[in-house]
Design a protein around this ligand. Structure first.
Ligand SMILES: Cc1cc2nc3c(=O)[nH]c(=O)nc-3n(C[C@H](O)[C@H](O)[C@H](O)COP(=O)(O)OP(=O)(O)OC[C@H]3O[C@@H](n4cnc5c(N)ncnc54)[C@H](O)[C@@H]3O)c2cc1C
Length: 299
């Protein structure tokens, strides 16, 4: 399936588990692939400190990410795929081709585009229950080392990386004070038996940094409307994610990009599809399946 007038047979945006699976399937079917990746190969795998639901005896996400990077490197050396280190900003479908628009305005074209950009971490200013200046930096919990957690460390939000962090650091006795809005209650069941977690149920949080000096002022309104103010040495974000949709994709009411809503030459795979199927193996399966469905549609 050679297409000299295009940059490749298939463009894949995002080299997470979904995009790499799509690339492997496409190259195995003799299609040429150009992969556009803005950051690290492996995507969210880099954040997973303990892994137990993927076959292959992987115990951490970075191990699997290294294996995916090795797959891409092998395919590149064999001349079957190329990696473009760039951020994609948009996609466009036409009757004979699909395009990816890069941040530097370059336009790539192919017969089909697979988009596996996943979800991206929310900042405090992206939520409706935290007031904070957009410039206020709160590093992610998943990246924190146990020795960085002190007695006055607060965690914003009870999203699932909390359970992963606790499993990844079973020897740590650090206490995590988790400020949790009502929408996170159902996620906290997973950590309710762990006495290293102190849940602070909140309805609103205002976060600021004093002009001079270290730390944060954390003003909390609890679920009964009572206000309390804490002084935190450090604040870590654990707020969940939002879909990393590209311009030109059709989105649903939650910001996800259901595959069935897209142009016939544009295939959405992995976490970007829906909040319901955000797992490594479903991402891989969806990447491979999208390429096969394109392959059979033109065969
Ligand atoms: C802390 C944590 C723990 C988890 N634990 C597990 C677990 O134990 N088991 C499990 O099955 N799942 C787990 N998951 C979920 C799993 O990581 C995801 O389901 C999976 O990584 C989704 O793969 P993906 O390829 O769709 O997206 P991602 O892995 O998010 O990859 C998307 C890729 O696209 C790139 N990208 C994004 N935007 C652009 C752009 N505009 N241009 C170019 N490139 C772009 C990103 O840099 C990234 O490399 C966990 C997730 C987190 C955050």
């Amino acid at each position: 399936m050679s297409t000299p007038s295009f940059d490749a047979d298939v463009l894949v945006v995002g080299a997470g588990p979904a995009g790499v699976a799509a690339t492997l399937m496409a190259t195995s079917l003799n299609m040429t692939v150009l992969v556009v990746e803005a950051d690290s190969i492996g995507g969210k795998l880099q954040t997973i400190g303990a892994l137990e639901n993927v076959s292959g005896n992987w115990t951490t996400g970075p191990q699997l990410a290294d294996a995916l990077a090795a797959d891409l490197s092998r395919l590149e050396q064999a001349g079957r795929c190329s990696l473009v280190r760039s951020r994609a900003v948009g996609v466009k479908g036409h009757s004979d081709r699909a395009e990816v628009i890069l941040a530097d305005t370059q336009v790539l074209s192919a017969r089909a585009v697979v988009v596996g950009t996943g979800v991206t971490a929310m900042a405090p200013s992206d939520t409706d229950w935290i007031s904070a200046a957009p410039s206020l930096a709160t590093p992610p919990l998943w990246r924190a080392k146990p020795e960085q957690i002190g007695p006055r460390t607060y965690v914003l939000g009870g999203d699932r990386p909390l359970g992963t962090w606790l499993r990844a650091h079973p020897q740590s006795s650090a206490t995590l004070h988790v400020l949790a809005p009502p929408t996170d209650d159902y996620k906290l069941a997973e950590v309710s038996g762990d006495d290293r977690v102190r849940i602070v149920p909140v309805s609103h949080v205002s976060l600021s940094q004093p002009d001079h000096g270290d730390g944060f002022t954390v003003e909390v309104k609890d679920r009964q409307g009572i206000h309390r103010t804490y002084t935190a040495a450090s604040v870590l974000a654990n707020l969940g994610s939002r879909p990393a949709a590209l311009k030109g994709l059709k989105v649903d009411e939650n910001g996800y990009c259901p595959p069935e809503m897209q142009h016939p030459r544009i295939f959405v795979v992995g976490d970007l599809r829906s909040g319901r199927y955000q797992r490594i193996t479903t991402a891989q399966g969806s990447g491979a399946e999208a390429v096969l469905s394109y392959y059979y549609s033109v065969a």
